[in-house]
Design a protein around this ligand. Structure first.
Ligand code: CA
Length: 310
C-alpha cells in the first residue's frame, strides 16, 4: 500500500516536471481582494446542490478570482443582514490575510453590502449592486399596502414567508439564522429604503434615475440591472415575474425591482434583457440565449475591479 502511494507520488512529481503550470491559466478575473457574493431575499448558498449564484462562483474562480459565497438571513432587515455580513467579512479577512473585500450583492444583497461599506469602509474595496433594491420595490409596497401589518391576511402572508425563508435556511445548512419576513418587506419598501438611505447614503444617486458617486470613503460603487420579465419560455419563474411586474404600473423593471431603484454609484447598465432571477443566472441557467450571459457580466466586473487595482 505504501509502495503504491509512493508510485503515485513519484508519477505526480514527474508529471509536474513534464507538464509545467499551464500557460492558459486564466487571470481575467484575478482581483487583488477576495470577491464576496451576497444573496437577496429568500437567498441561499445552495439547495440540494443548486447554487443561488448559478455557475457564477466557479466561473470567476476559473478566471483566477478568490470567491466567497456568503449566507445571511434569507428574510430580515437590511441592518440585521448587514451586521451578519460584517462579521463574515472580518472572518474572511482573518482567514485570507487580505486587507479588503470586493462585495457583490444581488437584490436585497445590494443594500446589505452598502451597510457594511458604510460602517466599515476600511474593509471594503468595492460595492457592486446587481438588480439591487436601493430605493425600494413597488412589489414590497404592494405586499405591505394590500395587507397592512396586523391584519389576518398579512399574518398569513408573513407566516408563509417566514416558513419559506426558514425552510431555505434549513436546506442550506443555516437553520439558526433569525428570520423576520415583515422586517424584510419593510426594509425593501420604498419608505423603508428611503429611511435606510438617509442613514447610509453612500453611492445612492441624488437624482431620480442618475448615477451615484463613483467613490465614497475610498470605496468604489457600481451597479447594473435589467428590464425584462419573460426571457426564456422554459423558465417556470418568468410568469411569476410577469405578474409581480404589474406592481410597477408600466415603469421599467426586472419583475421585482424598478430600473431606477437599482441605480448605485457608477451605473454600468440598467437595460440588460434580464429579469430579476436572470441576474443570478437562474433558473438553472435559463436566461435570454441571445443576450450577453449573466455570468460574463460578473467576469467583466471582476476584470474591471482588477483593472482598478482592487
Ligand atoms: Ca431566467
Amino acid at each position: 500500500m505504501k509502495t503504491l502511494r509512493w508510485k503515485f507520488l513519484t508519477a505526480f512529481l514527474l508529471a509536474s516536471l513534464v507538464f509545467p503550470a499551464p500557460s492558459w491559466a486564466n487571470t481575467y478575473a484575478k482581483t487583488k481582494y477576495p470577491i464576496v457574493l451576497v444573496h437577496g431575499l429568500f437567498g441561499f448558498d445552495s439547495i440540494a446542490g443548486v447554487e443561488y449564484w448559478y455557475d457564477i462562483p466557479e466561473s470567476l474562480r476559473a478566471e483566477g478570482a478568490t470567491v466567497y459565497v456568503d449566507t445571511v438571513s434569507a428574510a430580515n432587515s437590511t441592518q440585521v443582514r448587514g451586521e451578519q455580513l460584517l462579521l463574515q467579512v472580518q472572518q474572511i479577512l482573518a482567514a485570507t490575510g487580505a486587507q479588503k473585500v470586493n462585495l457583490i450583492g444581488h437584490s436585497h444583497g445590494g443594500p446589505t453590502i452598502r451597510y457594511v461599506a458604510a460602517v466599515a469602509p476600511n474593509l471594503v474595496a468595492s460595492v457592486t449592486s446587481v438588480n439591487g433594491v436601493n430605493k425600494g420595490s413597488a412589489v414590497a409596497d404592494v405586499l405591505l399596502g394590500v395587507a397592512p401589518p396586523g391584519s389576518l391576511s398579512n399574518s398569513i402572508l408573513v407566516s408563509v414567508a417566514n416558513g419559506l425563508a426558514s425552510l431555505i435556511d434549513f436546506l442550506s445548512g443555516s437553520p439558526t439564522l433569525p428570520e423576520n419576513a415583515l422586517a424584510a418587506a419593510q426594509s425593501l419598501s420604498t419608505s423603508g429604503s428611503l429611511a435606510f438611505n438617509k442613514l447610509y447614503p453612500q453611492g445612492v444617486p441624488t437624482s431620480a434615475c442618475g448615477n451615484g458617486d463613483a467613490q465614497v470613503n475610498g470605496v468604489y460603487y457600481f451597479s447594473w440591472t435589467g428590464k425584462a420579465q419573460v426571457t426564456n419560455i422554459l423558465d417556470i419563474t418568468d410568469p411569476f415575474l410577469t405578474l409581480s411586474s404589474l406592481a410597477f404600473a408600466g415603469a421599467p423593471n426586472d419583475g421585482l425591482v424598478g430600473t431606477c431603484s437599482a441605480h448605485l454609484g457608477t451605473v454600468i447598465s440598467d437595460s440588460y434583457p434580464q429579469n430579476h432571477l436572470d441576474a443570478v443566472n437562474q433558473l438553472l441557467g435559463l436566461v435570454d440565449i441571445f443576450a450577453t450571459n449573466p455570468v460574463t457580466l460578473y467576469e467583466n466586473q471582476a476584470n474591471r475591479l482588477k483593472g482598478l487595482g482592487l
